[in-house]
Design a protein around this ligand. Structure first.
Ligand code: TYM
Length: 329
């Protein structure tokens, strides 16, 4: 049984990329592994400045995580800010990573460029150190994520190895696990960009809570490629390949095999839209049921906090002792 950890930020609405790239695999992994999944509200602070928003988004995200099928009896679902060890180990991680390494992170470069005229917080820059703390606190050997998180897991490995080398074996060195299909779901309107919470238009993003009619409509309007041939080739035909990849992820078939069964873009768009809408329907029903009882959601998060705290506090104590900080009595 592997120890697994992965997290999601409570910013914007959860979309199909989050689901196919990460959440769905968290659910399937919970039966064979010891899994921890965090709602990382402190990470969201790097770009949040409106009071009162994060708490509500945290509750909604908790409802989504249980609605997609995480079972609170076997999966530990917690809120990052409820476990102070994340911030505490985060500082130690900041002292274990270099300025140069952080400067090379593509997400920092992209996000800070997008926010050029805005406030670019130091937290946006040191973000990967906090993410390393999230992972290393739980002795996770596997981190199920979408493709865009690979660089963050790589830097976490480097940090863990460096700490272990300096202070003796303390942290488990984790590896990223990405799904064979759905690891990089692209925007339906701009299929060379990944589907993203900070995407420019709504039309290219399928939200988990979109109603079935809008889902089908968004797929109908998806940008495809100029000729009319249905082939799976991400480089030459990004639009069609994205649809094939999504349909493949939903139906558990290979995108290239699916390509041979279509001769028209229209039918492919229709089938993909319907398959996604059907997949999301029960999740949406369950989400609304869960949101009707926020007290119960709070109880589930309290249960997660209790279990996560035990592991996190033991790891932080181990790190302090490896460094040789003077113990309190
Ligand atoms: P976040 O909140 O942006 O995304 C959550 C998960 O969704 C995946 N994902 C995608 N997968 C496929 N296609 C897409 N278009 C797509 N967009 C997003 C992400 O890869 C991710 O797995 N930094 C992280 C949160 C984090 C974390 C961690 C993750 C903080 N601490 C520790 C793992 C372990 C983030 O912003 O994910």
């Amino acid at each position: 049984m592997a120890r697994v950890l992965s997290c999601i930020q409570p910013t914007g609405e959860v979309h199909l990329g989050n689901y196919l790239g990460a959440l769905r695999n968290w659910v399937s992994g919970q039966h064979n592994n010891d899994v921890f999944h965090g709602i990382v509200d402190l990470h969201a602070l790097t770009i949040t400045d409106t009071p009162g928003v994060l708490g509500q988004q945290t509750l909604q995200l908790a409802a989504i995580l249980f609605a997609v099928g995480l079972d609170p009896q076997i999966a530990t679902v917690f809120v990052q800010s409820h476990i102070p060890e994340h911030s505490q180990l985060g500082w130690i991680m900041e002292c274990t990573v270099s300025f140069g390494e952080l400067s090379r992170m593509t997400q920092f470069k992209d996000k800070s460029a997008k926010r050029e005229a805005d406030f670019v917080s130091a937290g946006l820059f040191t973000y990967p150190a906090l993410q390393a703390a999230d992972i290393l606190l739980y002795d996770a050997s596997e981190v199920p994520v979408g493709d865009d998180q690979r660089q963050h897991i790589e830097i976490t490995r480097d940090i863990a190895l460096r700490f272990n080398h300096r202070f003796g074996d303390t942290f488990v060195v984790p590896k990223a696990v990405t799904p064979p299909t759905g690891a990089r779901v692209m925007d339906l309107q701009e299929p060379t960009n990944k589907m993203s919470k900070s995407g420019d238009g709504e039309a290219g993003i399928i939200y988990l809570l979109d109603d079935p009619a809008s889902i089908v409509k968004k797929f109908k309007r998806a940008v495809t490629d100029s000729d009319n041939e249905v082939v799976f080739d991400r480089e030459l035909k990004p639009g069609v390949s994205n649809l094939l990849e999504i349909l493949g992820a939903v139906t558990n078939e290979s995108p290239s095999a699916l390509a041979t069964t279509y001769t028209q873009y229209g039918k492919l768009k229709q089938d993909t839209g319907e398959a996604v809408a059907e997949m999301l329907r029960p999740i949406q029903t369950r989400y609304h049921e869960l949101m009707a009882d926020p007290a119960e959601l709070s109880n589930l998060l309290a249960l997660g906090k209790e279990r996560a705290s035990k592991v996190a506090s033991a790891t932080l104590a181990r790190a302090h002792s490896a460094i040789g900080l003077y113990p309190s009595n």
